[in-house]
Design a protein around this ligand. Sequence first.
Ligand SMILES: Cc1cc2nc3c(=O)[nH]c(=O)nc-3n(C[C@H](O)[C@H](O)[C@H](O)COP(=O)(O)O)c2cc1C
Length: 205
Amino acid sequence: MMSLIVNPTEQLTSEVKEHRKAEHSVNPLFLNRWSPRAYDDRKVSDEDLYSILEAAHWAPSSFNDQPWRFIVAKTEGQLETFHEFLHPFNRAWAEKAPVLVLVASNKKRDNGDQNGAHAFDAGTAWGYLAIQATLLGLSTHAIGGFDKDKARSLLNVPDDFDLHAVIAVGYRGEKETLDANLQERENPSTRKSLEEVVFEGRINL
Ligand SMILES: Cc1cc2nc3c(=O)[nH]c(=O)nc-3n(C[C@H](O)[C@H](O)[C@H](O)COP(=O)(O)O)c2cc1C
């Protein structure tokens, strides 16, 4: 059975082992998730798609308001509409992904008050989605580079909702299918050291 922690390199994929090093024990899932740009033609089953959306929707949220909304594009027509609002750099690689999911969130609480936590909560939901996708052998890549006004208008998103990111979902493809400049970047990214981001007691910058 798979161990729940890794210390530090067991159960990492070979490319992750090469590029990422954890300072402390952590489930390999967290390191094995990374955001590729090369996607394969292979379709994502509805079972897997709804599994990752199910995971996202079990994220915690302030007052359990669940402000996140997921707009899914999986048919040719839906995907073409999404491609229209991606910035060209992102469109170049993301149009190969078989599924795109726009993550939005309601700025207002169910009781009508402003919800100061809506973006935080939507971010948690995207994180859950990405982790469940990794468990299913799928890859994800969040895209903030898209025309929000165009997306809002094409998808009829009301003004009460903020648009955060389009998530590309699919199976990894061959690096060689990407433009040369993107091939160089098709590797798991690294991280700052923990001491740069963790403070005990109070922040000390
Ligand atoms: C909110 C958000 C917006 C992002 N926007 C883009 C984008 O427009 N284009 C892109 O290629 N990657 C984008 N990324 C991917 C990040 O660059 C990537 O997650 C980061 O470099 C860490 O790498 P990893 O996800 O492989 O660990 C975005 C990620 C997030 C979370």
